[in-house]
Design a protein around this ligand. Structure first.
Ligand SMILES: Nc1nc2c(ncn2[C@@H]2O[C@H](COP(=O)(O)OP(=O)(O)OP(=O)(O)O)[C@@H](O)[C@H]2O)c(=O)[nH]1
Ligand SMILES: [Mg+2]
Length: 179
């Protein structure tokens, strides 16, 4: 009789509007947990109507490994949730919006916070919205992120189930869940 495979916990983080909620909703096999509230600031409302205020949760099996996905809020005013969600994670992914001009700059505080919270937890960068016409050249974006050598960088349309699954296969392989 085969032994049950231990679930792994992956935190999905990234700046505002990078596709964290979308990524989890696209792939989860259970009804996702979502905590979104109406945005109030006109500048934010011009981007979209709602934002994550606490967490997203989804569950998916990747090559036999159950993967628990915890999405964070992107806005720094909810950064207390980053601390609440990080403990016990096996790894994390940092989503970066390729269609946003200030993507690298807005990602830096998240990278810094999670390197501290995650201690030595492995992480990958997932560049989203590469399907959008506004998507920017990836070389310049990746350079501006100033990542340490060896951090894997993937691209993904977070609305596309096949692409999200492919990204998660890389994530699971990298954090060792499928080893
Ligand atoms: N075309 C395209 N749209 C995307 C992609 N990723 C996210 N979106 C869209 O971008 C919008 C914002 O996505 P969300 O999932 O709400 O972003 P978020 O990171 O959860 O945002 P916050 O919780 O507010 O930080 C939604 O309309 C998504 O469908 C992508 O890769 N391609
Ligand atoms: Mg969200």
């Amino acid at each position: 009789m085969g032994q049950a495979v231990k679930p792994i916990k992956i935190v999905v983080t990234g700046a505002f509007n990078t596709g964290k909620t979308q990524f989890i909703h696209t792939i989860t096999e259970i009804e996702p947990v979502t905590t979104e509230a109406e945005l109030q600031q006109p500048a934010e409302r011009a981007v979209k109507a709602r934002t994550t205020v606490a967490l997203d949760f989804g569950l998916v099996r990747v090559n036999g490994t159950p993967v628990r996905l915890f999405g964070t809020p992107g806005q720094t005013r909810f950064d207390f949730m980053w601390e609440a969600l990080a403990p016990g994670m096996d790894g994390y992914i940092v989503l970066v919006d390729s269609a946003h001009t200030d993507a690298a700059q807005e990602t830096q505080p998240i990278l810094a916070a999670f390197r501290r919270l995650g201690r030595k937890a492995p992480y990958l960068v997932v560049i989203t919205k590469t399907d959008q016409p506004m998507s920017r050249p990836l070389d310049a974006l990746i350079k501006a992120l100033k990542l340490p050598a060896g951090v894997p960088v993937l691209t993904c349309n977070a609305r596309d189930k096949r692409e999200v699954r492919a990204a998660l296969q890389e994530v699971v392989r990298y954090v060792g869940g499928a080893a």
